[in-house]
Design a protein around this ligand. Structure first.
Ligand SMILES: [Mg+2]
Ligand SMILES: [Zn+2]
Length: 165
């Protein structure tokens, strides 16, 4: 399938927290890319929004740690930008990284499984749901893709890695 836009979850999909017993990175130096991520992504011809050919890219990440007070939203943004840069090998265009900084069950409307982040990225690229793939590691990711009407693939399949990693 030739997708026009591929959106990625971050934690558990592109990166993992390198601090034992801590689910997500709170600051620089607390995350690593999963093995194989850089190599898999390098096989694609990525396109910035507005470019005629290539595959669009984006990140849609729940960052409930901001709402809980573990770290500030600008830190979460910077960590996602750093993750993107290391994974893709170039800088993300502004507007291609979406995060929900709210705590779970706040009714914010953007936290996955709500589709708002995916919808914004699809709109940004002018992509129709049937031309979009979302790659994630949680049921909430799969539900968000269902709610947005786009395809879904588990990160372990997309990156061809052990699901237990
Ligand atoms: Mg995840
Ligand atoms: Zn939210």
């Amino acid at each position: 399938m030739n997708y026009r836009l591929i959106i990625f979850d971050a934690d558990g999909t592109l990166r993992y927290c390198s601090i034992e017993g801590q689910p997500c990175p709170n600051r620089a130096g607390e995350w690593k890319l999963y093995p194989g991520v850089t190599e898999t992504l390098a096989a694609y011809d990525w396109a910035h929004p507005g470019e005629a050919s290539g595959v669009g890219y984006g990140i849609a990440s729940n960052q409930g740690g901001v709402g809980v007070g573990y770290f500030k939203e600008d830190t979460a943004v910077r960590l996602l930008e750093d993750t993107f840069r290391e994974a893709f090998g170039f800088n993300p265009v502004e507007g291609t990284i979406e995060l929900c900084p709210h705590v779970p069950h706040s009714g914010c409307g953007c936290r996955k499984p709500d589709p708002a982040m995916l919808n914004r990225l699809m709109k940004f690229y002018g992509a129709l749901p049937e031309d979009v793939l979302f790659v994630g590691d949680r049921d909430a990711d799969k539900k968000a893709a269902d709610n947005a009407g786009c395809a879904f693939q588990w990160a372990s399949e997309f990156f061809d890695r052990d699901p237990e990693l």
